[in-house]
Design a protein around this ligand. Sequence first.
Ligand SMILES: [Zn+2]
Length: 363
Amino acid sequence: MKRHLPFRYLEPTFCAGLLDDPVLHLNVRPLGRAILIDCGQIHHLAKRVLKSIDAVFVTHAHMDHFMGFDTLVRHIHVSPRTVELFGPPGIGRKVEAKLAGYDWNLTESYWCSFLVHEVHPEEIHSFLFPGAEGFPCRPVGARPWRGREIWHNGFLTVEAELCDHRIPALVLRITERPTFWIDGARLAEAGLVPGEWLREMKSRFYRGALEGAPLTVLRQRGERVVKEEVEDVSALFEAIRRVQEPASIGYMTDIGMSEENIAKVQELLTGVTLLICECSFLAEDVAKARISHHLCTTDVNMLARELRPGWLLPMHLSKSYNAKSPLLYREFALPPEVRLLRLPEHLTPCPLLPAEFPPLGAE
Ligand SMILES: [Zn+2]
C-alpha cells in the first residue's frame, strides 16, 4: 500500500485480508514506532511489530475489532512501557474484564502498563492498568474534550467522532504533521530574500512557536537587501508557505447510514488522502446492512462521491461472501479521481486440519 501513497511520515499497512477481522498498522517512519487502528485478528503480526506500538485505537468492542487485544498483551506485557488505548464509552470496563481473566501472580516491577481512554461525547475518561501490580483498574479521572483531537505525537494527530452503530463507534482521522515548505515564487513575490531567518522560522515552526518574538527577515529594496523586523510571523509564514494539505487517513467501519452519522463523517473525512472504509455487503443485501448498521457497496459509492478521497480501500467484507470478492469490486462506481485499492480475500494461510500436521512420532 505504502509504495503508491504520498505519505511523508506514515507507512500504512492494512494487515487483514478483505474477509478478515480488520487491523491497520501505521508505522511512523521517523520514530520507528507505530500505532494500531482496530485490534481484530493480529496473531500473524511479529512480536517486534507489536512491541513497537505506542497507542491502539479500537473503534468499538465487537469481537471482530477487539479480540486481538489478548494477543497484544501476550506479546508486550513484560516490556517496560505504557501503551495507550482509546475506545468508545465502556472500553475501560472491557479492558478490565479481559485483564482480570488471567492470573498475574508472577508480575515484575518492569512490566508494561495500559493507559485506557474512553471517548465520551464531551469528556475523555482515563484508567491506568499497571502491570507491576497485576493490571488492576485505577481510574485516573476525566478531562473535557472539545474539538476532535484525541492523541498526537510529533508526526501525526488522531481525531475522532463518535458515530452510531447501535453502540457508539469511533470514526478516526489520522493526519500527518504539517511540513515546513516554502513556496519560492511566493517568497520572491513578497520581495523576500532567503537567509538564516528561514532556518529560524523553520525551527520555530516545528517547536510550535512561530509567535512570541518578532523575526528579522531580509527584503529586497531596489538594488539593496535590507533587514526588516516582522511582528506577525504566522501571517508571514501563511504568505510564503507552499499551500498543500498534510496527507491524512480516514478509518470508518461499522456505522449505519443515518443522516447524523453521514454529517459527522463528512465533517471529519472530506478530502482525506486515503479512506479505509468498511464495506460489509453487496448492493442486493442492503437490508442486511441496514439491520446491522453496516455499509453496502451503494453506500460506499455514495460516500466516495461525497468525501472524494485520493484512494479508497474497502475492507471488512462479510465472511458470507467467501470466494465472491470479484462481485464486490464489480459494484464500485467511483469518481475518476478516486483510486480503488484492492485486498486479497485472506492474507494468512488457511488454518490447518489435523491431518495436515506432521504425525506424532514421525522420523
Ligand atoms: Zn461492529
